[in-house]
Design a protein. Structure first.
Length: 94
C-alpha cells in the first residue's frame, strides 16, 4: 500500500528527512545481519495496522473541532433562550 506525495504531511516529511540524515551519517557495520523473515513479517503487519488505524482515526480528528464548536454554540443558544424565563421566575421566588 503506497501513499501519494500529496498525502504526506509536513511533519511526516520532516521526520523522514531527519531519519534519512541520521541513517546516512551512521557508520556501516560489517557485522550487521538481515533480520529473519518472521521479524520482517511482524514489522510489516505492525506497519499495516498502524496505517489502517491512522486512516480510520483521520475523520474523527477532523470532525472533533467542529463538534466542540457546535456544542458551544448550542450551549450559548440554550442559555440565551433560558435567561428571559429565568428573570420571570426570580420575582416569584422572593
Amino acid at each position: 500500500m503506497t501513499r501519494n506525495q500529496a498525502e504526506i504531511t509536513a511533519a511526516e516529511e520532516q521526520a523522514l528527512t531527519m531519519f534519512m540524515q541520521q541513517l546516512r551519517a551512521a557508520p556501516a557495520d560489517a557485522s550487521m545481519r538481515v533480520p529473519g523473515p518472521d521479524i520482517l513479517w511482524l514489522k510489516a503487519q505492525l506497519v499495516q495496522r498502524w496505517e489502517v488505524h491512522r486512516k480510520v482515526q483521520l475523520p474523527i480528528d477532523v470532525m472533533e473541532p467542529f463538534e466542540i464548536a457546535a456544542s458551544l454554540a448550542a450551549a450559548v443558544l440554550l442559555l440565551t433562550w433560558s435567561v428571559p424565563s429565568a428573570f420571570d421566575w426570580l420575582p416569584r421566588l422572593f
